[in-house]
Structure formats: structure tokens, C-alpha cells
Design a protein around this ligand. Structure first.
Ligand code: FEO
Length: 407
């Protein structure tokens, strides 16, 4: 097959693949994605940074070869750098080494080396060089600086900084699950790309927020942050203007939130729904933004994305068999996994429910929300269908929740 490499700087090419028809990843919906790999030409060594996912080798192979044609150089890869071992970036690494150059030098974190063997069981015959922050590789006129980045988003994650060009190959960090024909951030509206980066951060990186804050401080202290001119992640658009995404990551990792409340509900016979809508009216009456999610139709990934920069949530479920309606239970599982508390934000929560007789949803949600790091400030548990007084109470509870985040 034929596929063109895309030049991102002199002697630096994107040689990744476009997965046009991928619709889920890590359990959440995506509009396709890209697995970005990069080829760096040095005066002495040519370096392939990262690899791609199953089923897409021919596209990758064609692009790598095209980069050599564009550069007018004889095909020869001297160095493989693997920033992370997850399969979407490593599926063909072993085959690629065998095919391109079995004698190449290979660099990765020690965790990455361990994880590659545990996933593929065919790396033990190779000599892989473990690198850490402070290690460098001279490739002839160019220097690769390795930067450990554990939990951004796996323990093995690493950044590689091409010092002379100021390009940070950040692997998953700063990525977005986007699938477009053009490669740069500036090819699409900035708010759109940042919005997809928020979804990616919320669902995949939130847990590593404390590590990101430490990494940002380290990059600031050692002067690298000021030297970054481009961030080339392993998914989505390449940041030719790194400042907005670095600023956003800094905010998301530090619990900076908007005057915004995410309302999440499911309903059996529309009673909990009536409460949800009244609570939203109450929030809006205080001039606070509302995002509304109905879990029969909406995905937890979008809910997580909006909760990231919300100061509070209101979550409602009817009681069924003494517990919250199951789709809300699924939502709670996600909230517990993601752990927003690590960002440092203390999010208030209002719980609301309609029950037929004994109830149980509110108690279970309160326990689970507190365990997930939320500050439950109020609850509302009504019998069957809300009357006008109950609707007025729901309105007031929404307004009170809004006032609580403005204090
Ligand atoms: Fe895109 Fe952790 O893999």
C-alpha cells in the first residue's frame, strides 16, 4: 500500500497510522483515532519513536519508507525508542525490529521493558537499554533527552525530548482521540481540539494528576518547559502551539473548575427526571452553568469529561430492589475509578431519588460518592411521583447547590 509520511520539522516525520473506523477505546466512544509514531533523522543515526496498533502495519510500513524517500536517504533505522508499552503503540515493535534492523539500539524505561515481555513474551532475546530522566542519546547533530513520566498514564510512560528542535514526544500525555486528515492543532478550531483533549484527560489521565503536577514542576525547574516548541503526542493532533494545552493540563491536574454543575440522572417512570429538571432550573436561577446527562442515552465518558471542570454534581436515580437504578450504578463505578480527588478539587454533590416504598438508592449513592471523594451536601428522597411542593423543594435544592459553589 502507499501512504505519505508527514514532515513536522526538518528531518522529523509523522509516520503514524489513521484508524478511521475505530469507535471505542478504553471503554469509551471515539470518532476514530490515530496512533502517532515519529521518525527522526540524525547525522549519524535514524530513530523511530513508538509504534502502532494491530491491523495497521502496512500503513505504518508504507509511511516509514516514504519518509526515507522524501529525505533522500538509504533505508536504515538505527535506534528504536519506545515511550510506552501499551499495545496501541507497541503491537509491531518486535516485528519491526526484526524486519528493519535486528541489530538496532533499543531504548525504553525499565518498566516498559518489563511490560513488553509480559505482553508479547518475545523480547527476552533482545538487548533493551533501560533509560531514565537525565539519560541522553546523541544521534549526530541532535540529542534525545529521556524523561520518565510514570502514571502519565502507565507506570512505564516516558517522554522523549528532541532538544535542538524543542519537540517533546509525549506519548499518551497531551493526546486526543481525533481522526482527521491533517496533523496539526492549527488545522482545526482550538476549542474543538482542547475539548477532545479534555475528554482524553478526564477519562485516561485524571488518576495521574498528582504525577503531572510534579512533572510540570520538574520540567519548569530544569528549564525544559521553556524550550518546548512543539508537543507530538501519540494520539490526535500535534501541538505546534503548546501553551494552551500545557495551561489546560495544569488546570485540570490542579482541580481548577468552572461555575458549572453536572446533573446526571436515570429514571423509571419520569419521577426522578422531574426532580432533575427542577434541580437544573434552580441551578440556572443562580446563573450557574448546567450540563445535563440522561444515562439511558448518554455515555459515562462524556459525563466524566464535564465533571472534570464542574464544581459540583447532582446525581439522581430511582430506587430499584433497594439500590440505585443500574445505569447510575455503572456511572458510580466510573467515578470511583477516575478519582477526581487526586486533582485536589472538592466537588459538592446533591443526591436525589424517587422510591416506591423502602428506598435505598440515596444511602447507597451517598456511601459510594463519599468513597469516590465527593462532598455530599444534600439529599432528596421522595415517595413515587413528586407533587408541586416537592418540585419547589427540588428547585430550591438546585439553587442552594449553585450557591454553595459560589461561596
Ligand atoms: Fe495510547 Fe496507553 O496507550
Amino acid at each position: 500500500m502507499k501512504a505519505k509520511a508527514f514532515k513536522i520539522a526538518d528531518g522529523v516525520y509523522w509516520v503514524g497510522v489513521i484508524h478511521w473506523n475505530s469507535r471505542t477505546f478504553h471503554g469509551y466512544g471515539i470518532p476514530g483515532t490515530t496512533y502517532n509514531a515519529y521518525l527522526v533523522f540524525g547525522e549519524e543515526k535514524n530513530v523511530l519513536i513508538d509504534n502502532v496498533y494491530r491491523g495497521l502495519f502496512d500503513q505504518f510500513d508504507a509511511r516509514v519508507k516514504d519518509a526515507f524517500e522524501q529525505e533522500g536517504k538509504e533505508f536504515k533505522i538505527d535506534v528504536f525508542v519506545q515511550n510506552h508499552s501499551e499495545m496501541d503503540h507497541s503491537t509491531f515493535l518486535r516485528d519491526t525490529i526484526a524486519k528493519y534492523n535486528p541489530d538496532a539500539e533499543i531504548y525504553a524505561s525499565q518498566n516498559c521493558i518489563n511490560f513488553l515481555e509480559a505482553q508479547y513474551h518475545n523480547f527476552s532475546d533482545l538487548e533493551l537499554n533501560a533509560v531514565n530522566t537525565g539519560d541522553e542519546l546523541d544521534i549526530g547533530g541532535r540529542t534525545l533527552k529521556f524523561i520518565s513520566a510514570p502514571m502519565l498514564h502507565w507506570p512505564d510512560s516516558m517522554f522523549t525530548f528532541l532538544a535542538e528542535d524543542g519537540i517533546l514526544f509525549s506519548n499518551d500525555a497531551f493526546g486526543q482521540h481525533l481522526c482527521h486528515s491533517k496533523r496539526f492543532d492549527r488545522d482545526y478550531p482550538l476549542e474543538y481540539v482542547l475539548g477532545e483533549a479534555q475528554k482524553y484527560y478526564a477519562n485516561l489521565v485524571t488518576l495521574g494528576s498528582p504525577m503531572f503536577r510534579m512533572k510540570l514542576q520538574e520540567l519548569t525547574d530544569n528549564g525544559i518547559l521553556d524550550e518546548i516548541k512543539m508537543i507530538a503526542p501519540c494520539h490526535g493532533q500535534i501541538w505546534t502551539n503548546p501553551a494552551p494545552i500545557v495551561e489546560k493540563y495544569s488546570e485540570w491536574a490542579s482541580g481548577v473548575c468552572k461555575d458549572k454543575i453536572t446533573v446526571i440522572y436515570d429514571t423509571m417512570h419520569h419521577s426522578t427526571e422531574k426532580l432533575a429538571f427542577q434541580i437544573a432550573e434552580g441551578i440556572m436561577s443562580e446563573g450557574v452553568e448546567v450540563k445535563m446527562y440522561f444515562m439511558q442515552e448518554d455515555g459515562p465518558d462524556d459525563v466524566i469529561t464535564d465533571i472534570l471542570d464542574s464544581k459540583a454534581i447532582a446525581i439522581g436515580a430511582p430506587t430499584m430492589m433497594n439500590k440505585p437504578f443500574p445505569r447510575i450504578g455503572n456511572m458510580m463505578y466510573w467515578l470511583d475509578c477516575v478519582n477526581f480527588k487526586g486533582t485536589g478539587s472538592e466537588k459538592n454533590a446533591l443526591i436525589f431519588s424517587s422510591k416506591g416504598w423502602g428506598g435505598g438508592a440515596v444511602d447507597k449513592l451517598q456511601k459510594d460518592l463519599e468513597s469516590a471523594g465527593f462532598n455530599v451536601t444534600d439529599t432528596m428522597d421522595i415517595l413515587f411521583v413528586p407533587d408541586e411542593d416537592m418540585l419547589a423543594e427540588a428547585f430550591e435544592k438546585g439553587a442552594e447547590l449553585a450557591r454553595s459553589i459560589k461561596e
